[in-house]
Design a protein around this ligand. Structure first.
Ligand SMILES: [Zn+2]
Length: 369
C-alpha cells in the first residue's frame, strides 16, 4: 500500500507522484495504466481573459490515463469546469407519469408483459418481459416495486439483484443454448431510460456481448502475459496503490474509484456473485455516493461475468463479478455527454477527479456500516 505521506489527493498529484509511490503493488499502476501529465498552451485576448478569469499567456495542465489492458482512455483538466454551458434547461428530468399515476411499471401486474417462464417476484422487486426486445431469446426487466428511480434502499437494490440472478437461471433453463447474460440499468433519460420508474434490464443472448467478450479476452491475455497473476486482483491492487480502492467490511468485495473511467464518476465494484452481500453493499454504496454526495441524477450500471451456474456455487476459477457505475452528465443540460471523443475515439473526459469519487465512497460506506 502506498505510504501515507506519498498518497496523492488528486489525479494531477498522482500523475506527478506516481514514480515515488511506495508499496509492493505500486509497480502495477504502470503495468495496467499509462498515466502522463503535460501542459497545453494557448494565447487569449484581454477581453477573453477577463471573461473567463484565465491568464492571457495560458497554460493548462492535462492528465491522460490510458488503460493498457482494456484500451480505454480518459483526459482530465480542471480548467474545463469553467467551460460555458449554453444548452441549459430549466426543469430537468420531470416525471411524465404524474407521480406514478399513469406509470405502466407501477401497474406491473396488468401493464407489463410476462416471460414465458413466468415472473420472479420478491418483496421489493419483480421481473417482467421487455415488450420491445432488442435481444433474443430472452430480454426482461427487473422493476423496483416503488416509483421514484433515485430513492432506493439496500434491501430494495438487493432484491433487484436477486431477482436478476433467478431470472438468468430461469431464462437459461428455458433456453440452454443461450449462454451470454448481461445486466444493465439505465436511470434517467440521459442514460437511455424510456420509463421514469426505476428498472434494470436483463438479457440472455446466444451471441456474446462485445463488451463482455473484450473484458474476458483482456483478462485471459493478461493472465497469460503475467503468469500466476489475475487481472481482476491486480486491478484492485493497482487502485489500492493509488489510494483508490475500498474494501467491504468482510473483505469479500471491493469498490474502485476508476482510474480510467468509461464515463464520469465511474465506480467499479468487484465481488463473487449477485447473491454476495458484500457485493450488494458496495454496489449500493457506489450508487448512493454518486446520487447523494456527487449530485448524479442519471446513471448507467453494467454487470459483467455473471455466472449461469444453476447450483449457485461459484467456481474458484471463474472470473469475479464486475460492475461498472457511471454518471451520465448533468440533467440541467440538454447537451449530451457523449461526443465524438467517446463515439469514435473510445476515450472520455474526466469531469470528476477519481479522488473526489473515492472520498464520496468512503463517507457513504461509513454512513451505511
Ligand atoms: Zn412507476
Amino acid at each position: 500500500m502506498a505510504g501515507v505521506s506519498s498518497t496523492p489527493t488528486s489525479i494531477f498529484e498522482l500523475a506527478l507522484k506516481r514514480p515515488s509511490l511506495r508499496g509492493a503493488d505500486a509497480h502495477l499502476l504502470a503495468t495496467l495504466f499509462d498515466i502522463r501529465s503535460g501542459q497545453a498552451p494557448c494565447r487569449l485576448s484581454s477581453k477573453l481573459s477577463a471573461k473567463y478569469g484565465l491568464s492571457m499567456d495560458n497554460q493548462q495542465q492535462v492528465v491522460s490515463v490510458t488503460d493498457r489492458v482494456l484500451g480505454g482512455q480518459v483526459w482530465y483538466n480542471v480548467e474545463r469546469s469553467r467551460k460555458p454551458q449554453t444548452f441549459m434547461q430549466a426543469e430537468p428530468q420531470q416525471d411524465p407519469t404524474d407521480g406514478g399515476r399513469t406509470c405502466d411499471f407501477c401497474q406491473w401486474e396488468t401493464l407489463t408483459a410476462e416471460d414465458t417462464f413466468g415472473r420472479i417476484e420478491r418483496q421489493h422487486a419483480v421481473t417482467a418481459s421487455n415488450l420491445f426486445k432488442y435481444c433474443q431469446p430472452c430480454h426482461g426487466l427487473v422493476l423496483f416495486k416503488h416509483h421514484q428511480p433515485l430513492e432506493f434502499s439496500l434491501p430494495q437494490l438487493a432484491d433487484v439483484l436477486l431477482c436478476a440472478r433467478s431470472w438468468f437461471r430461469a431464462a437459461h433453463s428455458a433456453h440452454p443454448s443461450a449462454m451470454h447474460p448481461f445486466f444493465l440499468w439505465n436511470c434517467g433519460a440521459h442514460a437511455g431510460a424510456s420509463q421514469f420508474h426505476g428498472h434494470a434490464q436483463v438479457a440472455l443472448s446466444e451471441v456474446p456481448f462485445p463488451g463482455s467478450e473484450r473484458l474476458s479476452a483482456a483478462a485471459a491475455a493478461y493472465a497469460s502475459s503475467q503468469p500466476g497473476r489475475s487481472y481482476h486482483e491486480d486491478l484492485v491492487a493497482a487502485h489500492r496503490a493509488a489510494g483508490l480502492a475500498l474494501d467491504s467490511p468482510h473483505r469479500r468485495a471491493w469498490a474502485l474509484a476508476s482510474l480510467a473511467p468509461t464515463k464520469d464518476m465511474e465506480v467499479v465494484v468487484i465481488g463473487s456473485s449477485l447473491e454476495c452481500a458484500d457485493f450488494q453493499l458496495l454496489l449500493y454504496v457506489g450508487l448512493r455516493a454518486l446520487v447523494d454526495r456527487l449530485g448524479a441524477a442519471t446513471f448507467n450500471v453494467g454487470i459483467f461475468n455473471i455466472s449461469l451456474d444453476a447450483s449457485g456455487t461459484e467456481s474458484s476459477e471463474a472470473a469475479p463479478l464486475l460492475a461498472r457505475v457511471v454518471s451520465r452528465g448533468k440533467v440541467s443540460s440538454r447537451a449530451s455527454d457523449f461526443g465524438g471523443l467517446e463515439v469514435f475515439g473510445q476515450a472520455s473526459i474526466g469531469n470528476t477527479d477519481p479522488y473526489a469519487v473515492f472520498t464520496a465512497l468512503e463517507a457513504t460506506l461509513l454512513e451505511h456500516s
